[in-house]
Design a protein around this ligand. Structure first.
Ligand SMILES: [Zn+2]
Length: 94
């Protein structure tokens, strides 16, 4: 799937349609001391888990997210494009 690197879309800060620069969203580093991550790791410990160290992960939807930067106010906000897609998102340069 391809997407242009500049789009005209609504900016929630300017409250009108403006030009935006498009960048692909990248997941940040996992913080092992975060509460949710600690709970997740605790599930894989002990004899109660089926296979020690492995937690079954159910099929999750893959959301393609892009980070939009407004050219007027230079603030960032994200947008999800489609859901449950197998195709990887690419930016089309002009
Ligand atoms: Zn704006």
């Amino acid at each position: 799937m391809q997407m242009p690197d500049e789009i005209n879309t609504y900016c929630p800060y300017c409250r009108k349609k403006t030009k935006h620069k498009v960048k692909l969203y990248k997941k940040g580093k996992v913080r092992t001391l975060a509460e949710g991550q600690r709970k997740h790791l605790a599930k894989g410990k002990g004899y109660t888990s089926k296979i020690a160290g492995k937690v079954t992960v159910y099929k999750q939807a893959k959301h393609q997210t892009v980070v939009l930067t407004c050219t007027v106010c230079k603030k960032k906000h994200t947008k999800t494009i489609g859901s449950r897609t197998k195709k990887t998102l690419e930016l089309k340069k002009r």
